[in-house]
Design a protein around this ligand. Structure first.
Ligand code: GLY
Length: 291
């Protein structure tokens, strides 16, 4: 589970780590009961979309017009089935709409008013900007508009989950409001398969967070997952790919990954990234989190 790479003020870090840990438990409960990786990552991401601390669903950041446009995607590694929404008007749980697109199967990615129309055809109710906008998101947006931003650069808060289930299937899900004060219609890496979200049972699954344009330009998620074929140390592999992205684009971020054997790893080259992991095998369970 990640809750976004970037810069989170020191006094907020513990709450971000705790939010990630709670969401990871939601996914772990599904896996513990024999559920699928794709059900686990959807439920875990929904938990953070509902947590106002994070830049997804409730708490999403505002674009240059002061409105909310949402990106999300989900992918399962067994079949390479996937669904996504991009620059979508406010809905409470974009990841559930991405999952509906995946299950519907007609198309993979829906954008803007077409995404809203698809969502409503599947029974999802639209939300208002007021319902999803938090005081914290508004205050950050207002400060940027007034030239008085106190947080440094990309403040993060994108959420994502990866999982491997007992059947050996992997899945990834990512959801975000994107970048604060982004242009209307801007789409980040999150809903773009291979950039911000990727899952393939042959190798593993990844979800990214950070400067979306850089993850798009480097096809980050698919490259980091397929690079597992030659990786011996997961953390070093992730760190090397983030370094390469910074060298080629000048941008930073973070990534979480699970490989097809069930090993989990994460890396960032930003100041902070909130994260949590639950590991379970025949010997028992362990959990860690941080920011
Ligand atoms: N990584 C999230 C975004 O740039 O939209």
């Amino acid at each position: 589970m990640h809750g976004g790479a970037g810069y989170i003020a020191a006094e907020r870090r513990a709450a971000h780590a705790e939010g990630c840990a709670r969401a990871a438990e939601v996914g772990a409960a599904i896996l513990r009961a024999g559920g699928s990786a794709v059900d686990a990552v959807e439920a875990a991401v929904r938990a953070l979309e509902d947590d106002p601390l994070f830049n997804a669903g409730t708490g999403a950041c505002l674009n240059e017009d002061g409105v909310i446009e949402l990106d999300a995607a989900i992918m399962e590694g067994a079949t390479l089935r996937a669904g996504g929404v991009a620059a979508m008007p406010p809905f409470k749980n974009p990841i559930a709409i991405a999952r509906a697109a995946m299950e519907d199967g007609r198309h993979v990615l829906y954008a803007a008013h077409g995404a809203a129309r698809f969502a409503m055809s599947k029974g999802f109710a639209r939300a208002t900007v007021d319902e999803l906008r938090t005081d914290h998101a508004y205050d950050r947006w207002r400060a940027l508009k007034d030239g008085q931003a106190t947080e440094k650069g990309y403040a993060g808060g994108t959420v994502g989950a990866v999982a491997r289930d007992a059947q050996g299937h992997v899945a990834a899900a990512t959801s975000t409001g994107g970048m604060m004060d982004k242009a209307a219609g801007r789409v980040g890496d999150t809903p773009l398969l291979g950039a911000g979200t990727w899952a393939d049972d042959d190798h593993g699954a990844a979800s990214t967070t950070g400067h979306g344009e850089a993850f798009i330009r480097t096809a980050f998620a698919v490259r980091v997952v397929e690079g597992l074929a030659h990786a011996t140390d997961l953390e070093a592999h992730l760190a090397a790919d983030l370094s390469r992205m910074r060298a080629r684009t000048g941008s930073c971020g973070g990534v979480i990954l699970v490989d097809c054997k069930g090993s989990a790893a994460w890396a960032r080259n930003t100041e902070t990234m909130s994260w949590a992991v639950v590991r379970m095998d025949g010997a028992g369970e362990s959990r860690e989190s941080g920011a």
